[in-house]
Design a protein around this ligand. Sequence first.
Ligand SMILES: Nc1ncnc2c1ncn2[C@@H]1O[C@H](COP(=O)(O)OP(=O)(O)OP(=O)(O)O)[C@@H](O)[C@H]1O
Length: 280
Amino acid sequence: MNVKMMVNQQAAAAMVMATAANAAKESPLKEVIRVADVVKRFPGKHAVNALEDVSLSIREREFVSILGPSGCGKSTLLRIVAGLVPHSEGVVQVNNKAITRPIPEIGVVFQTSNMLPWLTVEQNMMLGAQLRKIPKECIAPKVRELTRMLGLSGFENNHPHQLSGGMRQRASIGQILALDPSILLMDEPFGALDALTRDLLNVELLRIWQERMQTVLLVTHSIQEAVFLSDRVLVMSARPGRITHDIAIDLPRPRRPESIKGNPRYGEYIAQISQIMGVY
Ligand SMILES: Nc1ncnc2c1ncn2[C@@H]1O[C@H](COP(=O)(O)OP(=O)(O)OP(=O)(O)O)[C@@H](O)[C@H]1O
């Protein structure tokens, strides 16, 4: 084969690879969460209209955050998607199936740890799988790997009260990840932690997301956190909550605080969202 033929073959191979890469880039990812025209009323003496015509769509492996004023219905929306709270009107689907109760594909992390105080970190991380009758030998290697990944090696036999707040929250995330959910719903998971621990855990969360690529829906009060982590930020109005803005965050990945926080676009997104939310 002469040199010209080799060059032509290489060029053709490069073109095929580029076309495949473009096709992969352009092929729309599957819609995983679909919320359409959802209304939520809490009836009773102090009836509350919490959500009004909320619609959103989240695709496979997207990281989406929800911001909004206190009481606008962010947690209610998350709990509806999780199947923990029924909605009054509209459609809520996960992987094309109507959500009427919690399903194994969805893991939920709340602000406070769900760990049982009388069990160790490892026992807590095994618990969900045991309740689902998954054999111990299947779950044990996964729990060991998660313990390492979450920086909890050496603390497996500690009880929750023997951990710092940040470690407790990491262990709570481990409890959920041990069940291998394809969708992670998080309600202010680091809200009770100090700013430094929160920043560190955000970096951890991105690393976990990048390694496992779950679809993530996060409720947060922090504009910085939402911009740093997300592919899209949804902003809700005051109650009854509606989604008023859907902002694509076009910052490069992988994201590290030192590279992102110096990026002028990071500052611009924060300014834009602060203005939308009326906070400066
Ligand atoms: N179980 C309930 N019964 C009655 N009203 C409720 C219930 N849960 C939530 N609400 C009301 O629904 C509205 C939305 O509450 P929700 O907790 O979803 O807001 P939020 O945006 O998550 O608030 P925050 O940012 O302060 O955590 C509030 O007015 C709240 O009082």
